[in-house]
Design a protein around this ligand. Structure first.
Ligand SMILES: C[S@@+](CC[C@H](N)C(=O)[O-])C[C@H]1O[C@@H](n2cnc3c(N)ncnc32)[C@H](O)[C@@H]1O
Length: 396
């Protein structure tokens, strides 16, 4: 299916979302993911004939999910791709030979100059210019999604790093052949998705916005399936800076970070914490590190507001399924699962199920550096951050 269109940190495994959708909803139910990321829940909901709405604050998440939830007639797609490829001839080294080089609108940003070297730096401008000429919006989003996914690989970015780091020894692949490979892979996945969805009516809304303001009516959601961000873990704005800047979603990363829950720069909040365990955790962290304590407070306040919004928009009898792991920061345990359960109960939801599952080792997320407490590559870390995760099922 379209799940592999784009890399995304802490992605759901599709069968997990599928199982919850199948178990808890009937055809035509409304399934929502307030932190949709790369849109796993939405794609699975579509495959099961459910109506679906997804929200994410990250513009790149919006683009990826738009592309992944849009089955395109393979012939229409082929036509668009052929036009694009015809306009992108390359030499034997895979370098673009085009009269458009240097003649199209410039991409001006210090981050682009920092991450890209020639010839890819100039080729970016031509590729983006040509993709923007594609008249069919679905085909254009498809191409932009593929383009976004190869940016790290075609720059000095150290691959598999959970933080933006320069790889000094990288053999950077040529842009155009890498893009063509990516689009070819996606084209096959689109054909499969098209085949599955052909002739079926579907309803999908992909919204760029805040999980605290879900764009659906009160009492309307049958099922929420989501995995929220973690406290000061991935800086999604930084990890997706290449796509967000090059595709013109932002020029100011600092500003973008503020709206991300779990970011070090998340905007402060006023709500009183309903979960005693959340209060204790914040206090324990504050004694070790004041700023981490403040970060955790902002995080739990924001997540409490999200849970309240989810509850308001659920129909009576509807359910919220939250997939989350417990973790630790500066050696202070962060029992996310228990805290979310306590918060949900305090807001008047019932705990229907709490499932603990081991994360298969090959999809283990990054672990934390014992000194800084920040995420680090699995190879370096001594302890695993959250080798198991919980599925919390709360019912209204
Ligand atoms: C763990 S990821 C979700 C991954 C997703 N389940 C998937 O399969 O790709 C958490 C998401 O929360 C998003 N997020 C952070 N703050 C948000 C906010 N205030 N409102 C909505 N989404 C937010 C991040 O951009 C990120 O995509």
């Amino acid at each position: 299916m379209t799940h592999g269109y784009h890399k995304y940190p802490a992605k759901f495994i599709p069968p997990l979302a599928a199982r919850l959708i199948e178990k808890y909803t009937q055809p035509d139910a409304l399934v929502v993911d307030p932190f949709m990321g790369s849109g796993t829940t939405l794609v699975e909901a579509m495959l099961y004939g459910r109506r679906t709405v997804g929200v994410d604050i990250n513009p790149i998440a919006w683009l990826i999910t738009k592309a992944k939830t849009t089955p395109i007639n393979p012939e229409t797609l082929r036509l668009g791709l052929t036009n694009l490829y015809d306009a992108l001839p390359v030499n034997s080294e895979g370098q673009l030979i085009s009269p458009l080089l240097g003649k199209v609108p410039k991409l001006e940003h210090e981050r682009i100059d920092y991450w890209f070297i020639e010839p890819n730096r100039s080729e970016l401008e031509v590729v983006l210019f040509l993709i923007k000429q594609e008249p069919n919006q679905s085909v254009r989003y498809f191409m932009l999604c593929g383009f976004s996914n190869i940016l790290k690989n075609c720059s000095r970015w150290l691959m598999r790093s959970s933080k933006p780091t320069v790889d000094k020894n990288k053999k950077i692949p040529p842009l155009v052949p890498t893009l063509k490979r990516q689009l070819k892979y996606m084209e096959k996945r689109n054909a499969l998705f098209w085949g599955k969805m052909k002739g079926k009516a579907y309803s999908v809304v992909v919204h760029r916005g805040d999980a605290r303001e879900l764009p659906v009516l009160k009492n309307s959601i049958d099922l929420i399936v989501t995995s929220p961000p973690y406290v000061t873990s991935y800086e999604y704005a930084d990890l997706h800076q290449l796509g967000n800047i090059i595709l013109g979603f932002t020029t100011d990363l600092r500003e973008l970070r503020k709206s991300f829950i779990g970011s070090i720069q998340a905007e402060e909040n006023q709500a009183d914490l309903l979960s005693p365990l959340a209060q204790e955790t914040v206090q324990a962290l504050e004694t070790v590190d004041k700023s981490e304590g403040r970060g955790a407070l902002t995080y739990f306040q924001s997540m409490q507001q999200c849970l309240q919004e989810m509850k308001n928009k659920l129909r009576p009898g509807g359910r919220t399924c939250i997939v989350i792991g417990n973790t630790a920061l500066k050696k202070v345990p962060i029992p996310n699962a228990e805290i979310f359960v306590e918060t949900g109960l305090a807001q008047g939801l019932q705990l229907e199920e709490l499932i603990k599952r081991e994360i298969p080792s090959k999809i283990l997320p990054q672990t934390r550096d014992p000194k800084t407490g920040r995420f680090t590559s699995a190879a370096k870390a001594k302890a695993l951050a959250y080798p198991e995760e919980y599925i919390i099922v709360l019912k209204k």
